[in-house]
Design a protein around this ligand. Structure first.
Ligand SMILES: NC(=O)c1ccc[n+]([C@@H]2O[C@H](COP(=O)([O-])OP(=O)(O)OC[C@H]3O[C@@H](n4cnc5c(N)ncnc54)[C@H](O)[C@@H]3O)[C@@H](O)[C@H]2O)c1
Length: 257
């Protein structure tokens, strides 16, 4: 399928720091498709290096910076830095930064619970809110939120109660904001991947658990990051303009809704 591209706009992507992560792969995919990129991560050095690499490899404007998506002052400072960087208008916000909760329920603390919610849920709220005015002003916008199949059926690994709860909150956020933004034409959608082959999965798993997860997937394998980035690319495109409030089950068939 050929996916047509909008005029050059900027995609703001969080969670780009991990070498094998979904955020970084998404930044590459969007830069390859011609988007200008703002790449944000707790690891600012990694984000800055990535931006330089994207400009060199794909010839697109790119800006990388440190951010803690859970911290409003940090997000607002980055928003101001992006405004000063003179990039094309923001056309997409991809809330990919996330952390998991690899401890059994009775060992969780309220600090862990709050941090899981702060990064996965509050971070999604803060980054979306910071860049939404640019998208409204530019007349084009795609908000893409990273949830998880854990939100729909609990986690495949122990310790997923805070994570599954937070990722379920991301789905509620997605649906409510999709309704509210409908009249603007800005769409809001969520992805609920199953197992994706990245380093986040090393927390609290074992080869036996991983084998059981793969056996439960009709397509018989974990997702590659490309399975996820290609869906993001479509959802950010003009062709996806009639999809909003949806939950995209990119999970190899492990859960049908
Ligand atoms: N890998 C999977 O199996 C899977 C499945 C479903 C959903 N997800 C979700 O996809 C997203 C990406 O996962 P991944 O596998 O690439 O994880 P990853 O751990 O490889 O990468 C996550 C990135 O987010 C960054 N980050 C963490 N906290 C941050 C904060 N407070 N502010 C800014 N950046 C922060 C990290 O530095 C890291 O670069 C997460 O939201 C995750 O929950 C992953």
């Amino acid at each position: 399928m050929t996916i047509s591209r909008p005029p050059q706009r900027t995609a703001v992507i969080t969670g780009v720091g991990a070498e094998r992560g979904i955020g970084r792969a998404t930044a590459h995919r969007f830069a390859r498709d011609g988007w200008a990129i703002v790449g944000l991560d707790l690891d600012g050095d990694a984000a800055e290096k990535l931006a330089a690499e994207l400009t060199e490899r794909y010839g697109v404007p790119a800006f990388g910076a440190a951010v803690d998506v859970a911290d409003e002052a940090s997000v607002l400072a980055v928003r101001d830095a992006v405004a000063a960087a003179n990039l094309p208008t923001v056309g997409a916000v991809l809330n990919i930064a996330g952390i998991t909760s690899p401890v059994p329920f009775l060992d969780t603390t309220v600090e862990l619970w709050n941090r899981i919610f702060a990064v996965n849920v509050t971070g999604t709220y803060l980054v979306t809110k910071a860049f939404l005015p640019d998208m409204i002003a530019g007349g084009y916008g795609r908000v893409l939120n990273m949830s998880s199949v854990s939100a729909q059926q609990g986690g495949g690994v122990f310790g997923k109660t805070p994570y599954s709860s937070a990722k379920a909150a991301v789905l509620g956020f997605t649906k409510a904001l999709a309704r509210e933004l409908g009249p603007t034409g800005i769409t809001v959608n969520a992805l609920t991947p199953g197992a994706v082959d990245t380093d986040i999965r090393v927390h609290g798993t074992t080869p036996e658990i991983e084998e059981a997860i793969v056996k439960s997937i009709p397509l018989g394998r974990q997702a590659s990051v490309d399975d996820v980035t290609s869906l993001f690319a479509f959802l950010a495109s003009e062709e996806a303009g009639y999809l909003t409030g949806t939950t995209q089950n990119v999970n190899g068939g492990s859960y049908f809704s």
